[in-house]
Design a protein around this ligand. Structure first.
Ligand SMILES: [Zn+2]
Length: 472
């Protein structure tokens, strides 16, 4: 094996780090090969197996250079420079030409790197990309070599490429298995024809699929991650990059629902795809196409926008969707695993305190008991569902407090201190309090199998639509 000492310390640059992961995988797999051999191997794949179709990663000018003697010489000079740095030690570098690499910070000889091999940076011809009119990013040979392996670790997703960036070792292993390991396996079987292609064109849906796969494969309660999906292309005149971030609280929430209430979560997600001219079949939990009245399979709408994914990525609440889900579960008498998804969501994502959750549940139980006594569920559901503004919800609660007192209950529904401290604490959106209260109510109605006909009519009428996010 080569004695060239490539540094794999993460730099924070998604492209350099990903290329580094690909190179590291190859070094471990082909331990007898030198760096120079591995560059040759990658070149062979790009040129022969893939017919040079790497235009989304490398610029046209770079693709033309693949396999040429001049490019070989460039890489040779990088390798020599790394060997030289190794033998001298960084503290002996006193030459004025040595500077800190813009990506990894190493003090060494730098090379101007353009969009040719470094996606989305400036190009030699477009000097105005940089404020100082320089030729490109000044990076070291080490980083330049890593970038060369980037095509092996990305996935074609629609017109652009997907690159998953994560600091978590297990998630990185998942991505490596899905990309470079898959590539090498296919190449050895002579069935690799280009960059790996995803069944997804929609990057948001793809990101949730990646997260879901990681969670299922790792299957660990302590798994924590923050995923970033770079959806990019370095193609010709239309380079572009969109970044999708799946924050840690959302990941923790997914880790719970995917592992502990998978079938509920699956149905919940399916129901929130946008599908034109179709209807949801509550009996078999599937979409029925309006065209031929036949059940649709997931592949038919895999790339359609999904409201749950959209809201989660935007940082918007999905509690309203969950309320609708549990209401439907009650009305259509679906088997369900309690309201677990909602509990995970309010704990992991909304950060609701246990005291507040307990209090909301207590109020919901009082409401249920009152309704049972009066044998009038409609009345209370209409009141709560119809509260579309904060002041309306407050007045509903006052009515409930009054009804409870009139009914001769020994305990008040809520004490003033609890109301102030826990029911509507600062920063909590009032609508979430109402939604959770309703979710608990549907759960009680469902558990106690209250005659659906008694409440269905009223529920159809008061379907609240747009809600304003005013203070509580
Ligand atoms: Zn560097």
């Amino acid at each position: 094996m080569s004695n060239v000492n490539i540094s794999f310390k993460p730099t924070g640059d998604p492209f350099v780090d990903a290329g580094g992961n690909a190179l590291k995988y190859l070094m471990e797999m082909f331990s007898e090969k030198s760096i120079s051999d591995l560059i040759e191997l990658a070149t062979e794949i790009y040129v022969t197996d893939w017919g040079k179709n790497v235009y989304n990663v490398f610029h046209t000018n770079a693709v033309k250079k693949l396999g040429t003697e001049s490019l070989r010489m460039v890489f040779d000079s990088y390798i020599k420079e790394i060997e030289l740095s190794d033998s001298q030690g960084s503290d002996k570098m006193v030459f004025t030409k040595k500077r800190n690499c813009e990506i990894c910070g190493q003090l060494t000889i730098l090379y101007p790197s353009s969009r040719e091999f470094f996606p989305l940076t400036g190009s030699g011809a477009l000097v105005n990309y940089y404020t100082s009119h320089k030729e490109g990013s000044l990076i070291c040979g080490n980083c330049s070599i890593k970038l060369f392996f980037l095509p092996l670790i990305v996935i074609q997703t629609g017109e652009m490429l997907a690159l998953l960036h994560t600091e978590n070792q297990k998630s990185q292993e998942y991505w490596i298995k899905k990309t470079i390991a898959e590539n090498i396996s296919k190449i050895s079987k002579k069935i690799s024809v280009g960059i790996i292609k995803s069944e997804f064109g929609n990057p948001k849906n793809a990101l949730f699929k990646f997260a879901s796969d990681i969670i299922t494969e790792v299957n660990d309660d302590t798994l924590s991650d923050y995923l970033q999906l770079y959806h990019f292309t370095n193609f010709g005149a239309a380079p572009n990059c969109d970044i999708y971030r799946l924050p840690n609280p959302i990941f923790l929430f997914l880790n719970k629902v995917i592992r502990y209430c998978h079938s509920d979560w699956y149905v919940f997600i399916q129901k929130h795809y946008h599908i034109k001219k179709s209807s949801w079949d509550y009996t078999d939990d599937q979409w029925i196409s309006g065209k031929d009245n036949q059940p649709m399979s997931e592949e038919d709408y895999l790339n359609n926008p999904n409201d749950v994914f959209g809201r989660l990525l935007n940082g918007d609440s999905i509690l309203g969707f969950l309320r609708k889900f549990y209401k439907d579960a009650y009305i259509h008498n679906k088997r369900h695993s309690q309201v677990t998804m909602a509990i995970y969501y309010i704990k992991e994502v909304l950060g609701m305190r246990q005291e507040q959750i307990n209090l909301i549940k207590k109020v919901a139980n009082v409401v249920f008991d009152l309704a049972q006594k009066e044998n009038n569920y409609k009345k209370y559901l209409v009141m709560l569902e119809g509260a579309g503004k904060a002041y309306q919800l407050r007045s509903v609660l006052l009515r409930i407090i009054k009804e409870n007192y009139k009914s001769g209950a020994a305990e008040p529904v809520i004490r003033l201190q609890d109301y102030v401290d826990y029911l509507f604490p600062d920063g909590q959106f009032w609508g979430e309090v109402r939604d959770l209260m309703l979710i608990y109510l549907y759960e009680r109605l469902h558990d106690e199998n209250i005659n659906r006909q008694d409440v269905v009519d009223s529920l159809d009428i008061v379907e609240t639509t747009e809600e304003t996010n005013e203070g509580a």
